[in-house]
Ligand binder design. Structure first.
Ligand code: HEM
Length: 422
């Protein structure tokens, strides 16, 4: 890998979980990188070196050439200690679709593909809408007035309910699964991470607990198949052979973990955007037919999956820079989604934005398996809120998660008036 760096950044502000918690996504640095050094060599202290890729066109190019830019060596940038802890935990031996390359990737992805088509997700609409209605009814109570933490009480609860029912997690276990996914994503967040002085031990225990929970459901669906996603996954076959136990548990894990925090962060980030741009909430309330564009704009604006890493399979040229085989490339979707060459006024939040070709769900081989579900889930909650919300204001500080990978808010205290049920 080249050792050249420029003074714009050593990369730490792009990747440090604590930087995201304190300052939010580094949009100023990304804007400079897009203009001056779109494929930029970084050597952040404590992390592996990588190329920061910040332009839409380069990210598109890398993502659509999965045979040249691999996912298998790893999709996140970790510290050496995290890398070691993950390798020695139950996660180390769990291989999931998001970390596989062609041709294996497609064979495994096919197992769940049919459950996530627009038609299949449409069949879940009643359930998704019921979850949204029940949550908003609960917020409204009898008086229609109240206060809540929109992040935990609404944004986390909605995808939790939907994914739990899809994956066959019994309702009484929903709080456990929420705690475990929070711990998984917030390895660096002092409030959310699993307790324990010994971080390696804590991650190992987390892996075991998740494994046990999913294993129970898988055994049940193998013994007594039902008409649900849990059964499809538990009995999945790859190239005619039943999937191994690690692959099967890995599928559960990836769907739950990839689906929950991302949707939650889009919802809570969307609410923050509406609070900061009340005219946009009013526009949705006046014209609910804007909903699909609004959901896309919220996904572009919040970019809950901040980045994905790839590894060059062979020497390559990306954005005019010479990349060596084995180099890591980190594709910052949040930067691509503000690329001035692709979006008009990228720093404006506009729910009627047309032709919104954002990369919030990625592109190419690994394009988000759950994109339809994520959109329908958001759609239902925003429509329910927009039709009943009379007022909403922020009443305390918004707090960000200590994470540079799946990014967003963990707290957003609000006071509201909502039209009660009925
Ligand atoms: C707003 C919500 C969501 C966002 C922003 C999001 C974003 C992404 C992105 C950027 C990728 C591409 C990864 C890559 O190229 O390496 C991805 C892949 C994936 N997502 Fe999502 N996602 C969301 C919701 C969901 C949901 C609800 C599910 C499942 C229920 C899900 C399951 C997956 C899976 C399984 C993959 C891997 C696909 C593959 O490797 O072929 N996601 N997601």
């Amino acid at each position: 890998m080249s050792t050249e760096t420029t003074s714009i950044t050593d990369g730490l502000d792009l990747i440090s979980p604590h930087g995201y918690a304190e300052h939010g996504p580094p949009h100023d640095t990304w804007a400079r990188l897009r203009a001056e050094s779109p494929v930029h060599y970084c050597e952040p202290a404590g992390f592996e070196p990588f190329w920061a890729v910040t332009k839409y066109s380069d990210i598109f190019d890398i993502s659509t050439h999965p045979e040249r830019f691999l996912s298998e060596p790893g999709i996140t940038v970790l510290t050496a200690a995290q890398q070691e802890a993950l390798e020695t935990s139950a996660f180390g031996s769990m291989r999931t679709v998001i970390g596989m390359d062609p041709p294996e990737h497609w064979a495994v992805r096919k197992v769940a593909n049919r459950v996530f088509t627009p038609r299949a997700i449409h069949e879940l609409d009643d359930e998704i809408e019921r979850s949204a209605r029940e949550l908003v009814d609960h917020l409204a109570g009898e008086s229609g007035e109240g206060e809540c933490d929109f992040a935990t009480d609404v944004a986390a609860a909605h995808p939790l309910r939907i994914l739990s029912s899809m994956l066959g997690v019994p309702r009484e276990q929903e709080p456990d699964i929420l705690r475990l996914t929070n711990q998984l994503f917030a390895l660096d967040d002092p409030e959310l991470q699993r307790e324990g002085e010994d971080r390696q031990q804590a991650i190992m225990e987390l892996g075991m607990e998740l494994y046990t929970m999913f294993d129970t459901i898988i055994q049940d669906r193998r013994a007594c198949p039902r008409d649900d996603l849990a059964t499809v996954l538990a009995n999945g076959r790859v190239d005619g052979e039943p999937m191994g136990m690690m692959e099967t548990v890995g599928y559960y894990l990836i769907i739950f973990s990839a689906g929950h925090d991302t949707t939650k962060n889009a919802l809570v980030g969307g609410m923050q955007a509406f609070l900061q741009h009340p005219d946009q909430l009013a526009a949705l309330q006046r014209d609910p037919s804007l909903i699909d564009r609004a959901v896309d704009e919220i996904t572009r604006w919040t970019s809950p999956v901040n980045y994905m890493k790839r590894t060059a399979a062979a020497d390559a040229v990306v954005g005019g820079r010479q990349i060596s085989a084995g180099d890591s490339l980190v594709m910052f979707y949040a930067s691509a989604n503000r690329d001035e060459d692709v979006f008009d006024d990228p720093f404006e939040f506009r729910i009627d934005r047309e032709k919104n070709r954002h990369l919030g769900f990625g592109v190419g081989e690994h394009y988000c398996l759950g994109a339809n579900l994520a959109k329908r889930s958001q759609r239902a909650l925003w429509l329910e809120l927009a039709s009943r919300l009379e007022s909403i204001e922020q009443i305390g500080e918004a707090e960000r998660i200590h994470s540079a990978f799946v990014v967003g808010l963990k707290h957003l205290p609000v006071r509201y008036r909502i039209r009660p049920a009925g």
